[in-house]
Design a protein. Sequence first.
Length: 95
Amino acid sequence: AGCSDEAAARRAWLLAMQQAFPGEAIDWSAPPAAWQAPFERALDDLDDLNPVAKELVIQSLLCAVRADDQVSVEEAELLRLICASLHCPVPPTSA
């Protein structure tokens, strides 16, 4: 959400995936223009995870948010929304 270009978004995504799945090779693809409905479905699915898995999701998101050493308003708001949807506390975004 906070990336200015596709290269920056790809880097942030790869950092998050490395946090979540160390050593795995996961292909990048840009999100579709109509991302809202799949996003909402994913949040519903993620809410069914156990607390340890939810923590891994949140920590991975933090890697993406911190990838450029800046936290945009959009990134912070999206992180808060995801944490609320997963019934998790919002972690501090500063490193």
